[in-house]
Design a protein around this ligand. Structure first.
Ligand SMILES: Cc1cc2nc3c(=O)[nH]c(=O)nc-3n(C[C@H](O)[C@H](O)[C@H](O)COP(=O)(O)OP(=O)(O)OC[C@H]3O[C@@H](n4cnc5c(N)ncnc54)[C@H](O)[C@@H]3O)c2cc1C
Length: 534
């Protein structure tokens, strides 16, 4: 039935080997995906939707679930909320259009990955930054923006940088904004440069929702700055968190526009980025204080690390560096800037020494360089090994292409929003350190500042996916983190599939309004049933 309405560019995948890569997931989701359509032409999306509409209420009724690259690791991977939904894999739609090279406006289809965009910009010698994330080169720009994900470069909030969204409603209507509809010129550019359009702002409806299949987004890319300096501030003792937090607040509030996102990480989180798991990856066991201290000594990891980046004209970055030094003053035990003589000298020295010497320092410097690279808009895998902390199946090596779901990593994210208030954040630290170890989960803390007033803490719940008891513990851990956290006012900004089903109350006004919109736009519940739809 499906194959008959598709062009030759698209294929129905239904055999076990064809479906295998859609079954892998990090969230221990055992519901098998049954049918996938790999879409190779935009017109085929409309054809599938028309078929679904014409069979609604019949015994052949079916729903669809679009994915862009399906690497939503830790939230859903490539899975749909409903196991019977046909997955529409849009990864083959990977066109990039430079709308205006001077303004930095680009249109990308769902399959365009961070790496695709990087290659395109390099190839066309366009000096812009890719909105990278820790999820690495193979992830979709569009998929991440629709999840309202955020990243590391100056345009941290990826949906905020999206000016225009186009796609199909369930009834096949092709939507675009009122500005695009009013524009009588032949350019179709204005809409792609202005986010809010005219009249009700509808584009937000297409994110974290199940109301449309998006075929393209137009986004603003940040021009490569003249100067760039990543900074790392170390705080030796645990009780200095409050000082570190105040410094981050000052940097974000006073250097807005010059500074990208700023992270505060605890010792265990940095240790997991640099060292291998001392308990072995199969063990469902938290590191002892002694183990952490030993790793910290080898890699010079303090109690708290601040990592951030300054971007701009040379003189501006120079002045901003001066301000960072002034804010941090004598409070931090170490302060390093990526363009400092110290780092450059270390690079030169290590280049000349045999590879076997100073291996911990070499690893730190490589990791630092990879971090600097990603902050400058060049996607890489530097953040991905974290997902392998408890994966006994695969020891990560430098040149491997990583895919946490296919490689069998167990990962669930706890990603609550917290107000930028040190007392609240300190209570949150206590929450993580009390709950995670109870379930054998390593408590690793990162605060990513979205603005000077809000932080998002991304807590990775990493577990051995092959160990059923560990899976149960990980799920119970997340459950307690969320339920106890909500009582404190820490609400996740993004949910995994199980949480979308269990946490949201359909009787509350917000979800009732949302249901009315769904009923109006997709009365047969064809697109992604259950996605943020209690
Ligand atoms: C170690 C690690 C680090 C990570 N770091 C980050 C990070 O820094 N920031 C971050 O945001 N995330 C991060 N992630 C989480 C996640 O992997 C990324 O957000 C990733 O970009 C999402 O997957 P994707 O781009 O393939 O989107 P997809 O999986 O393709 O899409 C996500 C969801 O959006 C919807 N969707 C996708 N395409 C469409 C469409 N065309 N129309 C309608 N709906 C659609 C679907 O419901 C889909 O399930 C990280 C994960 C790991 C393991």
């Amino acid at each position: 039935m499906l194959q008959n309405v598709l062009s030759t560019a698209s294929q129905v995948l239904s055999s076990v080997p064809e479906l295998a890569r859609y079954q892998f997931n990090c969230e221990a989701n055992n519901q098998p995906s049954q049918l996938v359509v790999s879409i190779g032409a935009i017109a085929d999306i409309k054809a599938v939707l028309a078929l679904a509409s014409s069979h609604a209420n019949s015994k052949n009724a079916f729903a669809v679930h679009p994915i862009s690259t399906g690497r939503n690791w830790g939230y859903s991977s490539a899975k749909a909320n409903s196991a019977t939904a046909v997955i529409l894999d849009l990864a083959k739609l990977n066109n990039i259009q430079c709308e205006d090279a001077k303004l930095g406006i680009f249109t990308v289809q769902p399959g365009v990955t961070q790496q695709d965009l990087r290659c395109y910009l390099n190839q066309h010698q366009l000096k812009f930054m890719v909105p990278v994330t820790g999820a690495g080169p193979g992830c979709s720009i569009l998929g991440n923006a629709l999840e309202r994900g955020y990243g590391i470069t100056p345009y941290t909030d990826h949906f905020a940088a999206v000016n225009s969204i186009r796609g199909y409603l369930a009834d096949g209507t092709l939507f675009r904004s009122a500005v695009a509809e009013l524009d009588q010129s032949q350019h179709d550019l204005l809409d792609k440069t202005y986010k809010y359009g005219v009249g009700p702002y509808l584009d937000g409806l297409w994110t974290q929702s199940n109301l449309a299949i998006v075929t393209e987004i137009s986004l603003r890319l940040k021009a490569e700055p003249e100067a760039f300096s990543a900074f790392y501030l170390q705080f030796a003792t645990e009780y200095q968190f409050e000082q570190a937090q105040q410094i981050v607040f000052d940097i974000l509030q006073k250097l807005e526009g010059v500074v990208g996102s700023v992270n505060i990480m605890d010792q265990r989180r940095v240790a997991a980025m640099l060292a291998t798991n001392p308990n072995g990856a199969a063990a469902h066991q938290v590191m002892t204080e002694q183990q952490v201290a030993s790793i910290a000594k080898t890699y010079d990891i303090p109690a708290w690390t601040i990592a951030g980046t300054l971007y701009g004209q040379k003189a501006v970055v120079k002045a901003a560096k001066h301000e960072v030094k002034r804010f941090a003053g004598k409070q931090c035990s170490k302060m390093v800037f990526s363009d400092s003589w110290l780092i450059n000298t270390a690079r030169t020295v290590l280049q000349w020494l045999p590879k076997t010497m100073l291996s911990a320092q070499r690893k730190m410097l490589n990791s630092l360089d990879a971090g600097i690279n990603i902050m400058s808009g060049h996607p890489n895998q530097v953040a991905l090994p974290l997902a392998y902390w408890r994966n006994p199946r695969l020891a990560v090596t430098k040149d491997q292409t990583l895919h946490p779901a296919a490689d069998g990593c167990g990962l669930l994210w706890y990603a609550p929003l917290i107000t930028m208030n040190s007392a609240d954040m300190r209570r949150f630290i206590g929450h993580i350190r009390a709950v995670c170890p109870k379930y054998g989960i390593e408590p690793m803390i990162t605060f990513t500042s979205l603005k000077h007033d809000t932080v998002d803490s991304t807590i990775p719940i990493v577990f051995n996916l092959a160990d059923a008891a560990a899976v149960a513990q990980a799920k119970a851990c997340l459950e307690e983190l969320v339920s106890e956290g909500l009582k404190q006012g820490w609400v996740p900004y993004r949910l995994n599939l199980a949480q979308q089903a269990s946490l949201l109350d359909p009787t509350l006004p917000f979800w009732q309004i949302s249901a009315k919109i769904k009923q109006a736009l997709d009365p047969h519940n064809i697109i992604s049933p259950g996605r943020y739809q209690p």
